[in-house]
Design a protein around this ligand. Sequence first.
Ligand code: NAD
Length: 740
Amino acid sequence: MNIKNVVVIGSGTMGSGIAAHLCNANIPVTLLDLKTEISEKARERIHKSRPPLLIDKTKINNINVGNISDNFDVVKNADWIVEAVVERIDVKHQIYEKIFKSRKAGAIVSSNTSSIPIKVLSQNLTDIEKKDFCITHFFNPVRYMGLLEIVKNENNDLNKINQLKEFCETELGKGAIVCNDTPGFLGNRVGVYAMQIAMTEAFKMKLSVEEADAIFGRPMGIPKTGVFGLYDLIGIDLMADVLKSFIKELPETDEFHEVAKEIPLVKKLIETGYTGRKGKGGFYRMNKSGTTKVMEAINLETGVYSPSKKIDIKSDKVDLNGLINRKDEYGEYAWSVISKIIKYASSLVPGITNQFNDIDEAMRLGFNWAKGPFEMLEEIGVQNFFNKVDDFSGNNFLEELNKNKNEDFYGERQKYTNIETLGKVKKTAISLDGNDSAKIYRFQDYNIVEFTTKANALDYDSMDALKKATDKPLIIINESMQFSAGVNLTYTMQFADKNDFKSIEKFIKYFQETCKHLKYSKYPVISAPSGLTLGGGFEVMVQSNFVASHTNIVVGLVETIVGLIPAGGGCKEMLGRWLDTEQAKKDPNFAPLKVFDIIGYGKTATSPVEAEPLKYLRPQDKKIMNRNSLLEVSKKILNENKSFKEPEELVFKLPGESVRGEMNKIIEKLYNKKVILDHGVQVAKELAHVLSGGDTTIDKTLTEDDLFKLELDAFMRLIETKKTQERIKHTLATGKPLVN
Ligand code: NAD
């Protein structure tokens, strides 16, 4: 479809997010609001947004702004007009009247409504106008949330809807799911129900908010904000409005009503300004007294806050069966919540969609769940589920499944897209291998390694899987949010706590050996990162032969922040890249100083556009908007490199002592300005030692192994210090850096 020009009307949270994302896709876009000032403010907000809505902040001025009185003429040239004004039907109707008077024939008009049915939105439109009108429901924040629900009406030109879907997939990188005109469509209908069930069951079973969030979180493959944390994030008042709209729209017989009843504590929180993170706090609040900050959680029975407790459920894995079979209240809560979500979601088929697997995808893309309700059912096992579940009469889907007890009921995944996704391909592997930290999927011509730990943190087993999988061309790719947040620091600290530094050394050596193997084995290795690609995760990527990167990555070497230096080849590779520049050829200090600056500050990039100037990514690395396409692109790279030859080993000429002097001056300056403290100096000096090449001079040649050795020795000296260990422990406990 030829969409060359878009107008977005309404420049609030969603309108600005949509405009920013169109700008990410290099599509000319104009953002209109009641007054130009409002649109301009939106542009400022986009520029400052965190996480950034723009892939390339320098493109902010590509978003044109204006107001609907003076600048409405822009609509005449638009191929697509997106309405994202307030959720009020009178306002929306007025806007449509204006749009349809001005738009060029055939231009698509869509609404971003989250709750108004399309039949109501389009009630004043002519049949011809209806042909081009639909709902395009984006999720917040638009750049990062994969889901786009497209809702059609009975008059739509289906060809056009399909073209729009394809445009949103290929150009905007969205998982575009076409769904029926039912309240909350797919994602919110099931997602909000799930939140309500998780909340009401916690009240019923007298669990604490921390306990509920610890269960309805990572162990279920749900983001760690859990339910109460998510409520605070969305806004408790906004959730109340959402519930009201569901109550109004859904028939009385719908199970939703059971879980959407007003809860006195929630009402009181809203009335007293405890609307969540944007207000005074919510189920959690940060209590600041003087210089101390204490995270507190509310008691669901008394409404009194007390310091939040960390709940250790003694499992870090997504393991549904382990969870629901626990013989304690956590197991009981998990089963109650999961079984009710499965029952509700299945009761909606075929009403809200006749593809049950679209519901799973909506939960995955719109709520970042690892698995949707039907995949949960698949994991639990059909027989197991029916052995445990209570009444499900009237639920056609479950009644049918109970009759045939087909454990393979699921079939193909991700039916909503024609792209050959990792999710689909995984199911067709010839054999499955691997360990607790990574899976190896073996195919005829290539292997896939998918990391499987929390945040895909790397350990000995992750390396083992990578090494084993290089007997064929290898693609390192994953479905979960992060490519890898780096080396597993908990694992490393377990050895450090026992003074078992030999084991740490063994692990780092194995890490280096594996990365070297990735780079120089006779088959090509491709990394397809998305999300966090930090520290050790970056080192795996950078030592792969090819990269196919999603445009949403956070990439960098951040080891110094925890008092370490990159020791899996990160220093070496960054030196290699910066030595291969014109400036480095003229000035031997250029590359070491540049890399010292980048790694010393632990610089990260939040997109490929930011990553290239740092040389975290190279121009030839592929950058892809649609995460679903990472596998296809990786396979294409394999096809194009049938006669792959491993690269030549790098050699390094480094100035040694002379550049170290320069680095020491920088360290001293930072120390005097108190940017770094005593341990910061020690870490920086170790980094300087590695990047200067150690005891070398510019006329000598160092090999990659020499650099590996320098990295390893510096790393070991640092990990043995109390202060690095304190930094690591602090970061593990709080998620924040410790400056010491
Ligand atoms: P918002 O309140 O942040 O922004 C609405 C914008 O519309 C404001 O800038 C307002 O000035 C402008 N506006 C009001 N009347 C207008 C008019 N006549 N002409 C032009 N502009 C006008 O709202 P939002 O959160 O961005 O929501 C917008 C739409 O997206 C709503 O339909 C909402 O239901 C839907 N939605 C919101 C979210 C979310 O998370 N916020 C998610 C999905 C969908």
